[in-house]
Design a protein around this ligand. Structure first.
Ligand code: PLP
Length: 395
């Protein structure tokens, strides 16, 4: 079968909720992908942070293979020998007390919302059915019905109603607006410490500390969605660390699955996650033996600090290089995570990612911006290759 055959097959048999670039990938290793015809591409997107350790990292693949030969699925009705170790190791890595495993990022966020509401009724004393959750505009927390209920992106939300009530939306980065929105019935504030899909938006310095203070003052939970920003992407294990701030609950996902399978979790305070009782919440696949073995390999890689350091050092390099390019209006972000705003009059839209693919670089553009988020195993020379291709396309 040819590239054309595969694309035609996808278009005939799959729902059209994506519009992929016209390459058909067949192999991946480290920061590189290879298509059907043997053409190589540098991965400048890393599966939106799901591939922080690159494609098929040998330690993660080895852990998965070893577990495949032992035990892969049990359901949570039984204990298994990977579960408690995964939970303890992930809690220790993130400096938290308890872990609620799940599969996708959206599921982790949904689980955190449910836990926050239950905590509000049981602990804060909010009247039944009245719990509110305050979120930020331009948020991206996933695609479930409840989550798109508080999205401000028309594409994500329109014609998917009726929506789940109980959410208030305030401008991101505006602590005063947040303070005005919080009431006695507020269970939680849910925020991305850096807004990923909005275009790697870093909030004003001090904002996240103010959010923490506000939550402390009002007995409100701070729920941080670190599904994309977490696990070394910004140069620290959790992006909130840059501001010296702790959340009460964190949603983690993407890189937790090591680029192999969906693994997510809510981690946080034991007195908050502890409100769940048997039968009240669950997941057939959450915390399965294979996922736990993969997650443990990820935690081991992160515990060494090497990936966080690579992201800091190479991040500074990539930001500096991108900032010097002709045709770039602004670069923002943190670590190996950059949003590049393309200057007026330069190529924009899908043309940019197609032209980059022709030059051997796979990247995502949207609304006049380019997202640069390579796997953290990338080298300086590989970054140069990618940045040179961007210079060529924009120049
Ligand atoms: N939260 C954030 C911050 C995300 O960026 C995403 C995905 O992009 C999600 C949640 C949803 O994750 P998933 O696609 O695994 O459901």
């Amino acid at each position: 079968m040819t590239t054309h055959d595969y694309i035609t097959l996808d278009e005939r048999w799959s729902a059209r909720n994506y519009h992929p670039l016209p390459v058909v990938l067949a192999h991946g290793e480290g920061a590189w992908l290879t298509d059907l015809d043997g053409r190589r591409y540098l991965d400048f997107l890393a599966g939106y942070s799901a591939l922080n350790f690159g494609h098929r990292h040998p330690d993660i693949v080895a852990a998965a293979k070893a577990q495949l030969d032992q035990l892969t699925l049990t359901g949570r009705v039984f204990h298994h020998d990977q579960f408690g170790l995964f939970c303890r190791e992930l809690a220790e890595l993130t400096g938290t007390e308890m872990v609620l495993p799940a599969n996708t990022g959206a599921e982790a966020v949904e689980s955190a919302l449910k836990v926050a509401r239950k905590w509000a009724y049981q602990v804060k004393g909010v009247p039944d059915g009245a719990a509110e959750i305050v979120v930020a505009d331009e948020n991206f927390h996933g695609r479930t019905t409840t989550i798109v209920s508080f999205s401000t992106d028309a594409e994500a939300r329109d014609e998917f109603g009726p929506f789940t009530p109980g959410f208030k939306v305030v401008p991101y980065g505006d602590a005063d607006a947040l303070r005005s929105a919080v009431t006695d019935n507020t269970a939680a504030v849910l925020l991305e410490p850096i807004q990923g899909e909005a275009g790697v938006v870093v909030p004003p310095k001090g904002y996240l500390a103010e959010v923490r203070q506000l939550c402390d003052d009002t007995n409100t939970l701070f729920v941080a969605d670190e599904v994309q920003s977490g696990l070394a992407r910004t140069g620290t294990t959790l992006a909130l660390e840059h501001e010296g701030v702790r959340a009460d609950l964190y949603a983690l996902g993407k890189a937790l699955g090591g680029g192999i399978m969906p693994v997510s979790a809510v981690v946080g305070r034991a007195d908050v996650l502890g409100v769940l009782r048997p039968g009240e919440h669950g997941s057939t696949f959450g915390g399965n033996p294979l996922a736990c073995a993969v997650g443990r390999a990820v935690v081991r890689l992160l515990a060494g600090g090497e990936f966080q350091e690579r992201s800091r050092e190479l991040g500074a390099y990539v930001h500096a290089r991108l900032g010097e390019l002709d045709g770039v209006a602004e670069v923002r972000g943190r670590g190996l995570w950059a949003n590049v705003r393309i200057a007026e009059g330069r190529p924009t839209g899908r043309k940019v990612s197609e032209a980059l693919a022709e030059r051997g670089v796979l990247c995502k553009e949207s609304h006049g911006n380019l997202r640069v988020a390579p796997p953290l195993v990338i080298t300086r020379e590989e970054i140069d290759f990618g940045v040179d291709a961007i210079a060529d396309v924009l120049g």
